[in-house]
Design a protein around this ligand. Structure first.
Ligand code: FES
Length: 195
């Protein structure tokens, strides 16, 4: 052992003997090395747990909501989606040839939306309007928000700052299915509630 190492060892013993809480340079390097190894071990030991974590996958139901042949021009038909729970009131409407974003059918004029205003949940049942080329939902009875149903339910006017949630549709022959939803239903943390 070199004289220098002997000297360092002597200093370490002295510090330990005297209960000195101060670390010398050699002790510091030794302990910090151990800490680094411990940290690596922790991060490695977490990996198997992460690999075992189960992903929670939920999907929207495919629900038959209408027959294309039975929809009357500009007359909304009510249904509930994605379940029958709180704030699930929706409607589907054929907008008399007004082509819409997300519209289905030959004229791309069949759309579906939530009835509940995104501002404070004002009910907009009976508030569908067809005026000239415009197809809107509103005005909301609480603070007058109005939504454009040809453009994915964006706000035309009023207090709301989010589009009205649009129900995604699929057509199979004469059947119209609700298969998903764009936007969060008013009053929910997530559209799909645990059953
Ligand atoms: S609740 Fe509809 S605008 Fe306020």
């Amino acid at each position: 052992m070199s004289d220098l190492i002997k000297k360092e060892s002597k200093k370490d013993e002295t510090a330990a003997d005297h209960g000195n809480c101060m670390l010398n340079r050699r002790q510091f390097l030794m302990y910090s090395g151990s800490a680094a190894i411990a940290a690596s071990t922790i991060s490695i030991s977490l990996l198997p747990g992460e690999a075992n974590a189960k992903a929670r996958v939920v999907t929207y139901p495919r629900k038959l909501i209408a027959k294309l042949s039975e929809l009357k021009e500009n007359q909304p038909l009510d249904f509930n989606y994605p379940d029958d729970g709180k704030n699930s009131q929706c409607f589907v409407v054929k907008m008399d040839g007004a082509k819409a974003g997300g519209g289905v059918g030959k004229q791309r004029d069949v759309v579906a939306f939530s009835y509940l205003c995104t501002h404070q949940g004002g009910p907009m049942n009976g508030k569908y309007q067809a005026v000239g080329e415009h197809r809107v939902l509103g005005q909301c009875p609480l603070h007058l928000s109005t939504y454009d149903l040809t453009r994915h339910g964006i706000i035309v006017s009023g207090q709301a700052y989010q589009s009205i949630p649009q129900v995604l549709l699929e057509v199979d022959g004469d059947d119209v299915y609700a298969v998903g939803m764009m936007g969060l239903l008013y009053g929910r943390n997530e559209n799909l509630m645990e059953s």
